[in-house]
Design a binder for this molecule. Structure first.
Ligand SMILES: [Fe+2]
Length: 129
């Protein structure tokens, strides 16, 4: 059974989908089961430093940067989006990114906390703890 906000990728055509309502069926694309993208949370060798979102509280929200070492933003390797969720997962804000842009997002909100995740086109889905 899928869960809301899970992401799945087709390893044949590259489609990535997000679950907005859960169901029992298996997600299939190009005739094959889609890969469930598991969120990485711990530093894996040196990859974590460039992928785990760094979240800083500001006067009117949060400043979010991808990586304590900025992630590359080249045509071949880049952050596809940054997403901020309320801890209860009732509110979602996503910023799509493109090569040469900065891997960061400013979130205006009166909330006390956010759960952030980002998707690297090569290294997958990463989140704050
Ligand atoms: Fe990456």
């Amino acid at each position: 059974m899928t869960k809301i906000l899970e992401m799945y990728k087709c390893n044949i055509c590259g489609n990535i989908v997000e679950v907005v309502a859960s169901g029992y069926g298996e997600l299939v694309c190009c005739g094959e089961p889609m890969e469930h993208l598991i969120e990485h949370t711990k530093e894996e060798e040196m990859l974590g430093e460039k992928h785990i979102p760094v979240v800083t509280k500001t006067d009117n929200g949060f400043e979010i940067k991808v990586g304590s070492i900025p992630h590359p933003m080249t045509d071949e390797h880049y952050i596809m989006f940054i997403e901020a969720n309320s801890p209860d997962k009732r509110y979602v804000k996503r910023k799509y990114l493109y090569p040469s842009e900065e891997p960061e997002m400013n979130l205006k909100c009166a909330c006390d906390d956010v759960v952030v995740r980002e998707l690297c086109n090569i290294h997958g889905l990463w989140t704050t703890d």
